[in-house]
Write a protein that binds this ligand. Structure first.
Ligand SMILES: NC(=O)c1ccc[n+]([C@@H]2O[C@H](COP(=O)([O-])OP(=O)(O)OC[C@H]3O[C@@H](n4cnc5c(N)ncnc54)[C@H](O)[C@@H]3O)[C@@H](O)[C@H]2O)c1
Length: 323
């Protein structure tokens, strides 16, 4: 396969850094732009050049000038839905204007393709179907979701006017190694962290809310396909990246408690305003067009994630022990 110059925004974060690893493993030349607001330089391998730059800044254009990327994988974002509700101006500054700055840099510096990390869990709202298809009406309920949808529209505009190739990946609930348990997005990381620390986790509402949990390794493969696939002009460019299977938060908790052999009982608190009852994505289009399908079984993926958190704590203990 031909090697490409790839710039990953948000490449020091959970999903972005896993994408960086896979791009390097495929022999691509990789640069990362990340302001390290939630990401960590420890997630970025030495083989990738890390620029600590805010996607909203003018400096971003200097990075594009120097790196001349052919492909941009745009993962940098303010990812907290509740923060977007509390401070929609900040959310829009990063997620709309920052993304627009990325698109402008891409247009001016001859980027061929932009792959955008959107959110199927956010933009469809409460689905009319058991699993939302891409043509499901978009009913964003938070500023975060509005911003993701706005960027999808900007991408369409740049595709039409600047000839930029664009691919939108609408992720379900992504989980796996390197997810930040302090973030609100990852219930699995939050639960694992609570079990390991001996804290009581909280389940909001009756716990019967349904989510589509997709393993980060599968999401990474979707990114590689989106970067590489030649798409004919009439082909769709937005794809759900989920498993098509729903799991309740209660069932998720039971699976994790079994893996961890934990006797902890979660605390129950009232449902949070704006939380969806159900969010499952229909992934058939990604299979047909990108040849992608999620492969990781949930229990196997939970085990891997559990083991990764355990190895991290063991390593930290070992370092602490040497001091
Ligand atoms: N995790 C999920 O379940 C999920 C679901 C749907 C969509 N997404 C999207 O996937 C992308 C990656 O999410 P993640 O879960 O890996 O989150 P993350 O917080 O681990 O990664 C985001 C990265 O962007 C960086 N960043 C934030 N603001 C920036 C700025 N102004 N300039 C430069 N860098 C900045 C952060 O430091 C971080 O490294 C985001 O766009 C997110 O909206 C994630």
């Amino acid at each position: 396969m031909r090697s490409s110059r790839i710039l990953v925004t948000g490449g020091a974060g959970f999903i972005g850094s896993n994408v960086v690893d896979a791009c390097l493993a495929e022999g691509h030349d990789v640069a990362v732009v990340d302001d390290l607001s939630t990401g960590s330089s420890a997630n970025v391998p030495g083989a990738a050049r890390l620029y600590r730059v805010d996607i909203r800044s003018a400096e971003l254009h200097d990075v594009f000038r120097r790196e001349r990327p052919e492909i941009v994988s745009h993962h940098a974002a303010q990812i907290s839905v509740s923060r977007s509700v509390e401070d929609p101006m900040f959310d829009a500054a990063v997620n709309v204007l920052g993304s627009l700055n990325v698109l402008e840099a891409a247009r001016r510096h001859g980027v061929r393709r932009v792959v955008f990390a959107s959110s199927g869990g956010a933009i469809y709202g409460e689905p009319d179907q058991p699993a939302a298809e891409e043509r499901h009406p978009c009913r964003p309920r938070s500023p975060y979701a509005v911003a993701k949808l706005a960027v999808e529209h900007y991408l369409e505009g740049y595709r039409a006017t600047a000839g930029l190739e664009t691919v939108v990946l609408r992720y379900a609930n992504v989980y796996g190694p390197r997810q930040d348990p302090r973030g609100e997005a990852g219930v699995i990381a939050v639960f694992i962290d609570a079990i390991r620390a001996g804290r009581t986790p909280i389940i909001y509402g009756d716990g019967e809310q349904i989510r589509d949990f997709v393993y980060v390794g599968d999401v990474v493969r979707a990114n590689l396909a989106a970067q590489a696939r030649t798409l004919a002009s009439q082909e769709p460019v937005a794809f759900n990246i989920g498993t098509g299977h729903g799991t309740s938060v209660n069932a998720l908790w039971r699976a994790l408690a079994t893996i961890a052999d934990s006797p902890i009982e979660p605390k129950r608190e009232p449902a949070r305003a704006g939380d969806l009852l159900r969010s499952v994505l229909d992934p058939r289009l990604a299979r047909e067009v990108l040849g992608w399908t999620a492969e990781m079984d949930l229990v196997a993926g939970l085990r891997r994630t559990w083991d990764w958190f355990a190895s991290r704590t063991d390593a930290a203990d070992a370092v602490g022990g040497r001091r």
